[in-house]
Design a protein around this ligand. Structure first.
Ligand code: NAP
Length: 245
């Protein structure tokens, strides 16, 4: 089976399934030092839908779990198209989105460029905690205090000595996040609605400190059969592969 990975959920699913089935986890190859994974690992893009179809056939894949990040929309669409074309069954393991409460002050934007455009009106001391292509939208911002946290140094900000970089991989905790936001007098947190627990504490810290969260909304995903619990994805895989649950 093929797990489209790059997330904690994908890793946990691979750990769970590897003793029983032949698992390949696919990574985009963006992170310099990915966390170790059980089973086989392949790295790098497939070459679009046609490349993925070729891969599914060559590797004799019989089931796919799309466990990519909620914002990795391109890969999700490619997986759906390749599944439709080949008949290899696909399921998506998706984290539920975070929901704001009355105590939160969120402003939700449809995408990163619209948020970046509005940002100078929302605050002057910004904490950006994002990965992926969305970061590019913020690279043109100057004249603000920017603190940027990412796993690897972001190419889009290369050579910027006016930005504070924090290179770090979650999970983070509430005390750390509260201290980080307070020490820098952050007045706006820019985030994606990643869901899950690993990056939630910054949202909770912003709530407790009364800081605005500028949120990039989730991208549209294809209408893939979707589950939210790892155990449901595991049971689906074992049924597909004819292995007793
Ligand atoms: P994306 O926009 O959906 O994907 C762009 C391209 O990267 C895809 O078309 C595909 O290239 C390749 N790709 C993406 N995921 C892949 C995978 N698991 N295996 C092989 N190729 C993959 O995705 P992204 O936002 O750049 O994210 C890349 C990876 O980082 C994803 O695997 C995701 O789970 C992980 N990640 C992303 C975020 C985030 O904030 N976006 C956060 C944590 C982890 P081809 O078309 O050539 O196949």
């Amino acid at each position: 089976m093929l797990i489209l990975g790059g997330t904690q959920e994908a890793r946990h699913l691979a750990l769970d399934l590897a003793p029983q089935v032949s698992v390949v986890t696919s990574l985009a190859g963006r992170t310099e030092r990915p966390i170790s994974l059980p089973g086989s690992v392949r790295s790098g893009g497939f070459g679009g839908v046609s490349g993925l179809i070729r891969y599914l056939n060559a590797a004799q894949i019989t089931a796919i779990v799309d466990a990519t990040h909620p914002y990795a929309a391109r890969m999700g669409h490619n997986a759906w198209e390749a599944s439709e074309a080949t008949g290899v069954p696909l399921i998506r393991l998706d984290r539920p989105a975070w929901q704001p409460t009355e105590e939160d002050h969120w402003i939700v934007f449809p995408d990163a460029p619209s948020l970046a455009e509005a940002l100078p009106d929302l605050g002057r001391r910004v904490f950006l905690s994002l990965g992926g292509a969305d970061l590019k939208a913020f690279a043109g911002l100057t004249g603000m205090s920017l603190t940027l946290r990412a796993i690897d140094p972001p190419d889009a900000f290369a050579g910027r000595d006016d930005v504070e970089f924090i290179l770090s991989r979650g999970p983070f905790d509430l005390l750390q996040e509260t201290a980080l936001l307070s020490a820098r007098s952050i007045d706006v947190v820019v985030s994606r609605n990643a869901g899950g627990t690993a990056s939630w504490p910054k949202i909770e810290a912003a709530r407790n400190l009364g800081i605005c969260v500028a949120m990039i909304d989730r991208p549209l995903r294809p209408k893939t059969h979707c589950v939210q619990e790892m155990s449901a994805a595991r049971d689906w895989v074992l049924k597909r592969l004819g292995t007793a649950c």
